[in-house]
Write a new protein. Sequence first.
Length: 89
Amino acid sequence: METLIAALISLFTAANTLTPIALIGLMIGVLYIQIFRQPSKQELDVVKDNHLHGLPQIEENTRLIVGSLHRIETQQAEKFATIISKLEN
């Protein structure tokens, strides 16, 4: 809380050193950013329409893929063990 107060004090101190025209320019810049640089309705519709209803199927498919990869890894390890044992003999 003290850092917030210190930041506000330094902000007001810096604002006191500005000329009235500079303050008006700063306010116009802030208002421009707040009003005209807001995301458009079309950009927000993309986020609104992004439903995550497919996540359970994605999770299940990922589990199946992990199981398949684990089986492949186990089979390859067994086959490599066989090949290494034949090479050592």
